[in-house]
Design a protein around this ligand. Sequence first.
Ligand code: C2E
Ligand code: CA
Ligand code: CA
Length: 599
Amino acid sequence: MGDESGVARYHLSIPKSEDPRLRVPDAPDVGDDSFRGDQLRLLGSAVRVAGQGIAILTPAVESTGPRVAFVNNGFCEMYGRVRDEVIGQPLLVFGIVERQHSIFEAMLNHVFDRNAFEAEVTAQRKDGSEFELELQIVPVEDSGELTHWVSFLRDITDSKNQIVTLRHQALHDVLTDLPNRMLLFERLEKALETARTEKTLAALLLMDLDRFKEVNDTFGHHFGDVLLKQVAIRLRNQLQPSDTVARLGGDEFAMVLTAPADMNAIALAARRSLDTLQQPFVVEQQVLEVGASIGIAVYPTHGTDARTLLRRADVAMYAAKQANAGYSFHNQELESRTPDQLSLVVEMRGAMERDEFELYYQPKLHLRSGLMTRAEVLLRWNHPQRGLLAPVSFIPLAERTGLIKSITDWVLDRTLQQCREWHDGGAPVHVAINISPKSLQEQTLPSKIQTALDKWRIDPRFLKIEITESSIMADPAHALAIMSLLQSMGLRISIDDFGTGYSSLTNLRQLPTDEIKIDKSFVIGMNDSDADLAIVRTMIDLAHNLGKQVCAEGVEDEATWVRLGEMNCDLAQGYWISRPKPAAPFMQWLHDTSWGLKR
Ligand code: C2E
Ligand code: CA
Ligand code: CA
């Protein structure tokens, strides 16, 4: 507004009007500004009926300022006034509201200095109603002398409202009308700026509802939506007006606390948020209980920029979820992980939706017949930046953060889907999947497996579960119970990485297993190390004495293959036979190889 440099000075000839008070100088007959008489008349009627408001004012006469000499129809309509009420009035006629008197004064100053002026203001109509006005007033000169002012007025209420609406839509979540991720980020950065200058704290709380997916699955999305709206209202209600609650999508919410007194105050706010969700929700006569987990990162303790705080709050949230702790601050233990891992946790959460995980298959061969008995399913992550990741670089992290559960579900589902496809295509492949210790502890594992088997119509004997010796030893009683249950369901069970977990012989005898896999660390070097060879031989005999099959993993050369055959080992798996491959190349391998498929 009022930026002189940006405002063009108009040198206009004013048309003759019927209004006798408007004295129009003769049109100078130079350049584009010159008009003939008929053109002037045309211009005059154009001005009268123009869509925007136009006013012509006399030059400022000392203290009184310019006065209205002419207004067009548009002007009268805009203000709800008749022409007679307007003619002869000073600049107050523009109706700039009282609260914008500084703009009015700026306009006066420009006018007294004979400068053009332009501004967006709020103006009042005759009836007192307000509208948004774009106002221009420009001096008209003739031979260097100021003769009149012309003012152009445009009602911009609609377009302004539209911009406000568009901005609102871009920055808010449609369902709950809470700020969205983008606005949260803006607010967080603003809060950090204030905290920096005023040397206060600022806190970011990330919240994820527990069991929301179940609600959605059981009652439907509409139901879930209603619930989310109620959650939004409760969260909003218990925060200070200066704090922000945002919905980040799904069942994830975030809160920014500005200038909390200390860590206690932050913990209290987290506690209150959890408490407010504690009271049951009622959606369509259904009573629902919804828990939540909150991760907290505080400026400046846990980070000084928005991105870091978001990442750390996210990690803390998973820690809270895993520990069933309600809320959890970002802590030293999490801090000690490399930044690489921190961001990996965040990325891993979206990896499944983005379909970045992929299953690889590696055959297990029957040593005597050379037939493939089964394929082990090995997970890979096609990371968009880091490339193909092996499980060692993300499974342990997934275990610590609880993400392993959904990964296991995914692996199970996709594996059986793949089996279905192969079986339908005439290749009755048996598969083995790896179950991590965390998933083994999950009470619902057997029912999940059953559901997946039913879904893809796969006979349980096609599926083997590989459980590491050490995860069994972590809680032998529980492992025994789960393994027995799985076996009774008709599944095959294998003890993985055998030889590394110090299980006692008694334990081994009791465990319901079909197979023992000798850890590759013994197999890889067995032709060069008498000790390893002795261990492998002992393990083979031991397994046979207990009536179980033995599989040697890590067979990297033919000599090892031959040696294992001589020692009566049952099965072999390793790079020499085939590296793990994605489904299609794996099928191709099976098709091309001289080794066949055991049916
Ligand atoms: P594992 O169950 O012991 O799987 C065998 C590993 O040995 C695989 O590594 C395989 O690629 C590798 N391997 C196979 N043959 C040879 C060989 O001749 N020489 C050598 N040096 N290595 C060989 P990978 O795929 O990197 O998997 C590592 C571990 O990650 C697996 O060890 C398993 O514990 C875990 N894992 C893999 N997929 C999954 C999964 O879907 N869920 C869970 N919970 N864990 C998985
Ligand atoms: Ca395995
Ligand atoms: Ca293994």
